[in-house]
Design a protein around this ligand. Structure first.
Ligand SMILES: [Zn+2]
Length: 227
């Protein structure tokens, strides 16, 4: 089964322009390592960005036209990944239960090893986690291991949440997320993901750290205070 749930245009664009904090970037880069389709979309965005910068019409005030062209280009090429036009990606053997599962490179560097080497910390109810320290002051990043058939432990998140499946799968509502799939949730979504029976689910979870909101406000008032 190929990856079904990809990065949103917004996330990919923020990643391409360097606007994402480190925590979100780890999740995006890890999905990109697993997903040739999103790597192609990123290349299209970057090419479009280069075109925009080079386009004199933009400097002359023709932003609308330029943006319309870029949107059209993204719509025609960037989203072709799920059609027959897209080249067949290399088979992802790690999606099969019998094959060994490896961490995508960005994560392996952060964790200092592959899945088999990790030291899990108990979260209760059979779940485990490994916090991944990041220095962005904005996000909380961790690996979660959810026992087969069990719900993700209760956790509060007042903001955005990004979950990338690395091993096994989980079901949220009617939707199945397997290896490589990304779920983006915002503060409004009430959800209770449950690991699929038969195999533990390991995912990377990135959330807004609670302090984020305070620093967000601080950042908002900074210009007004002139600091
Ligand atoms: Zn993708």
């Amino acid at each position: 089964m190929a990856i079904q749930h990809h990065l949103s245009d917004e996330l990919l664009l923020d990643y391409a322009t360097g606007a994402l904090a480190e925590g979100w970037s780890i999740a995006v880069a890890s999905h990109l390592a697993l997903c040739p389709a999103c790597r192609r979309r990123l290349h299209v965005m970057e090419a479009a960005g280069g075109e925009l910068v080079a386009d004199e019409a933009v400097a002359a005030g023709g932003d609308d036209d330029a943006w319309a062209r870029i949107s059209a280009r993204l719509a025609s090429s960037g989203h072709a990944y799920d059609t027959a036009l897209a080249p067949s990606p290399a088979p992802d053997r790690a999606r099969h239960a019998s094959a060994p599962v490896s961490l995508p490179e960005p994560l392996r560097s952060y964790l200092g090893g592959d899945l088999a080497d990790l030291k899990w910390k108990a979260l209760g109810r059979g779940a485990f986690h490994i916090p991944i320290p990041v220095g962005d002051g904005e996000t909380m990043v961790r690996l979660l291991k959810i026992p087969a058939g069990k719900p993700v432990p209760e956790h509060s998140h007042g903001g955005r949440e990004l979950t990338l499946v690395l091993e096994g799968s989980f079901i949220d509502g009617d939707t199945l997320y397997g290896r490589g799939d990304v779920e983006e949730a915002d503060a409004d979504l009430t959800h209770q993901p449950v690991a699929t029976a038969g195999r533990d689910c390991i995912c990377l979870a990135v959330t807004d750290a609670p302090l984020k909101f305070r620093s967000w406000l601080l950042r908002l008032v900074q210009p007004m205070l002139g600091i």
